[in-house]
Design a protein around this ligand. Structure first.
Ligand code: FES
Length: 84
């Protein structure tokens, strides 16, 4: 289960075999993005849980953040996209 906290509430999503960014976009949850290849860091989201990267991330992330464009859920996740 993927729990997403947004500025307008909390949503539960089923995990799929797509990147976190694609999963959020499919649900019409806005996350900023630019390169979509792990370089720019624009798609950083706060995450609790395990993810796996589909490509080596080169963009900057703080502890507890991942690059949504190149990561997939590896466990249940809590994603916080509030105030992004
Ligand atoms: S959109 Fe550039 S790192 Fe994800």
């Amino acid at each position: 289960m993927i729990t997403v906290h947004t500025n307008i509430g909390t949503r539960n999503l089923a995990g799929t075999d797509v990147t976190i960014l694609e999963m959020l976009e499919k649900e019409h949850i806005y996350v900023e993005s630019h390169c979509r290849q792990g370089y720019c860091g624009a798609c950083r989201v706060k995450v609790q849980g395990d993810v796996e990267y589909t490509t080596e991330p080169l963009g900057f992330c703080r502890k507890g953040e991942v690059l949504a464009c190149c990561s997939k859920p590896k466990s249940n996740l809590e994603i916080d996209v509030r105030n992004v």
